[in-house]
Ligand binder design. Structure first.
Ligand code: PPS
Length: 364
């Protein structure tokens, strides 16, 4: 169980606001953390919700310093219970799961409570590719392998013919179908249309909400409605932003080339975007006003946090007044690896898997 001073402050606020609530907030949540989709910001929201409500998170079991230190499962790996760090009191039930892993329906149901709600997030695949390309410094590694290329243009060379740099049969990489891989798609889904369709429909049933990064605030408001959460619970500061990203332009041929190369990601994104937009369009009249209000609150909090003070948010139609403490500000801007250390400390968890030694480099 987590117990932390920040949790107590937030809990006090929650007790006040929940008096008004007509439903019970969902507390058992598995977030399938896709790559380069705004997922660290969503994980951070879940982390804060966990702290405020004394919940237990499933933590990765790789040793500290391992390249997959913040991953529950690596790609191409079958999930086994030992991949989750055991709880000190011997229990095996967790409320929250929000670290990188590959979705596996049966395995997840064996570790999460039966009433767990599954959620995820997707991003427009070309933008997700760009984010991944620069985060993993693929521009630099391409130049190392192909000295005729230059850092600034290697992305265009890559897109002109991705198969010069990726084996045709290598369907899942950091630049190819990564989001689909995170959601558990495999080679077989590329070989057979019917298998692909069935798997997509299965995901649609399994997930309460697949958020869309291009609609980040809308996604969180839908999440709040679905989970019966308070607005305070979805306050955040964007994490993991590449502040040095150059503005590049790409002709249609590059976009099409990526669409062919990473076809599964586009199929999955287009499918869930449609569902998301339908859900959005079916919201009541008040959604727009709530959205505008939420954006104003986010601005206030993001600005307030940057001044190092507590931020007071006045009562509105959608929530009672609440305070975002400096401590919560600090937690909202904490890098994922640092917050992972914090949760290990709070849960008193000890990793039990043996060490192997590739050290993860922090990229920016
Ligand atoms: N709130 C919000 N709104 C819009 N965009 C956001 C937000 N939070 C994070 N981001 C962008 O998401 C990218 C990082 O994604 P992840 O956190 O999933 O990356 S990781 O896989 O965990 O490394 C990274 O994208 P790039 O900056 O394009 O690289 C972030 O800028």
């Amino acid at each position: 169980m987590w117990s932390h001073p920040v949790g107590h402050v937030l809990m006090h606020n929650r007790e006040m606001t929940l008096n008004k609530a007509k439903c019970l907030p969902v507390r058992n949540i598995a977030f399938i953390k896709t790559h380069k989709t705004g997922s660290s910001t969503v994980s951070n929201i879940l982390l804060n919700f966990g702290l405020a409500n004394n919940l237990t998170a499933a933590l990765p079991n790789f040793p500290k310093g391992h390249s997959y230190y913040n991953y529950i499962t690596k790609p191409n790996e079958n999930f086994v219970k030992e991949m989750i760090c055991p709880l000190t009191d011997g229990r095996q039930e967790y409320n929250l799961l929000f670290y990188h892993c590959v979705y596996n329906k049966t395995a997840f149901r064996s570790i999460m409570p039966e009433n767990t709600v599954y959620i995820s997030i997707l991003r427009e695949p070309f933008q997700q590719f760009l984010s991944s390309f620069f985060y993993y410094r693929i521009d630099i590694s391409l130049v190392k392998d192909f000295p005729a290329l230059s850092n600034s243009t290697s992305i265009y060379s890559f897109l002109s013919n991705p198969y010069n740099f990726t084996k045709e049969e290598n369907h899942f990489t950091y630049t190819r179908n990564k989001q689909a891989e995170d959601l558990g798609f495999r080679e077989e889904h590329l070989r057979n249309n019917e298998t692909l369709k069935q798997y997509l429909l299965g995901l649609e049933k399994d997930f309460l909400l697949v958020m869309i990064m291009e609609y980040f605030e809308e996604s969180l408001l839908l999440l709040r409605r679905e989970l019966c959460w308070e607005m305070e619970d979805i306050i955040h500061i964007p994490n993991n932003v590449n502040k040095k990203k150059e503005k590049l332009t790409f002709d249609e041929e590059y976009l099409q080339s990526h669409r062919r190369f990473s076809v599964l990601d586009y199929i999955v994104y287009d499918h869930f975007l449609k569902i998301f937009e339908e859900k959005l369009n079916s919201q009541d009249e008040s959604f727009k006003a709530e959205l505008n209000h939420f954006k104003r609150v986010l601005n206030l909090v993001q600005l307030g946090c940057s001044t190092g003070n507590d931020v007071w948010v006045n009562e509105s139609l959608w929530h009672q007044s609440f305070v975002v403490t400096q401590e919560r500000c600090r937690l909202m801007t904490m890098r994922e690896l640092d917050s992972l250390d914090l949760i290990f400390e709070i849960q008193g968890a000890k990793r039990t898997l043996n060490a192997t030694h590739s050290v993860r480099t922090l990229l920016y």
